[in-house]
Design a protein. Structure first.
Length: 340
């Protein structure tokens, strides 16, 4: 999560590095990377752009899938390269993170789900998944339709990936008809209440790992608030059963609370689901004296799940280093290190 202080720091460092930016802003050449434009979710105008990086080697038909929700600043490589404040963070562009995740989860399909709205080119806003403020702070509820949207989004993207020519989102059935790049105009009225059936073409051995980084963790939190209803609903229960792991990576947002889920009844549902929980945090989020509630909520989240018997790994990285944006991003490289 990037607050006002971080935005000032971004601008200052970007100015210094601006003269050398042209040598480092070339888009990465990533074999097997597919970009899907305006993939439809559970309603026609509720859509997201996505990336898919398929596994190489002997695993092209693997049933393992990783779904990643990015944080603030993170965008497509060419978009970040064109913005003077964001160029310095190009190693963490959506394309580059897809590659990093493919190394952490070998043999898995990696899906990157771009936030539907980027306020001021910096603040990721997941309006399709959770009621959000101008800067992307969430207002959680149990009936927004995040699970329905995620299920439909994944199924439609899966179908589009079979036929990349439709991925431009113009004529394909999975595209958002008449939608803008942000898909934002009508999503406030999207209810995701219409019936949706899991596509039988999905692999029978499907496993889903959900990964949220920084602001992207608001999606995981919203899913927790909807978990009880989704498990009980015949239209979403089978999809939920495919989720094996959830990763919270240094969660943060500009709101004054609810950075981590602390309601016992919600965490009981997560514990009973059998989903393995992974928490990787840094002092940038959990030891910020100006946002003490973040660390307190994180501790309560982890401790409550432990007491409830949930399978959980909880690691604080870079404990002996000064809190920094660099280490905040670097947590994305630490998720394979789960030694407490």
């Amino acid at each position: 999560m990037f607050g006002p202080r971080a935005v000032v720091a971004l601008s200052a460092v970007a100015f210094v590095r601006n003269m050398n930016a042209s040598a480092t802003t070339a888009a990465p050449e990533v074999p097997g990377l597919l970009r899907l434009h305006a993939v439809r979710g559970c309603e026609v105008r509720r859509c997201n752009e996505m990336l898919l990086l398929r596994p190489g080697g002997d695993s092209p038909t693997s049933g393992r899938h990783v779904l990643y929700f990015p944080g603030d600043i993170q965008n497509f490589h060419e978009v970040m390269a064109s913005h003077h404040d964001n160029r310095q963070w190009l190693p963490w562009s959506l394309e580059n993170v897809a590659v990093k995740l493919s190394k952490h989860f070998p043999g898995s399909h990696v899906w990157v789900i771009r936030a539907s709205r980027m306020y001021l080119h910096k603040f990721s806003c997941y309006d399709n998944f959770v009621e959000s403020s101008l800067f992307g702070a969430p207002e959680h509820s149990s009936g927004y339709g995040a699970f329905r949207h995620l299920q439909a989004l994944f199924v439609h993207a899966f179908e589009l990936a079979k036929n990349p020519l439709d991925s431009v989102g113009i004529n394909g059935s999975a595209a958002c008809a008449g939608a803008s790049n942000s898909c934002y105009e009508s999503q406030k009225s999207s209810s995701c209440n219409q019936p949706f059936v899991m596509n039988s073409s999905l692999p029978a051995n499907l496993t889903l790992t959900l990964v949220g980084f920084s602001k992207g963790c608001v999606v995981l939190n919203q899913l927790l608030y909807e978990l009880a209803g989704a498990r009980a609903n015949s239209m979403t229960s089978s999809f939920v059963k495919h989720i094996t792991d959830m990763y919270w990576l240094d969660g943060g947002h500009p709101g004054g609370s609810d950075t981590w889920v602390t309601k016992t009844e919600v965490l009981k549902e997560l514990a009973s689901s059998g989903i393995a929980v992974h928490c990787h945090v840094t002092p940038y989020e959990v030891r910020d004296p100006m946002r003490a509630w973040v660390g307190n909520e994180h501790s309560k989240f982890a401790q409550t799940l432990k007491e409830l018997g949930a399978p959980i790994v909880n690691v604080v990285h870079f404990m002996n280093e000064k809190p920094s944006l660099e280490n905040h991003f670097r947590v994305l490289e630490m998720i394979s290190n789960e030694e407490v």
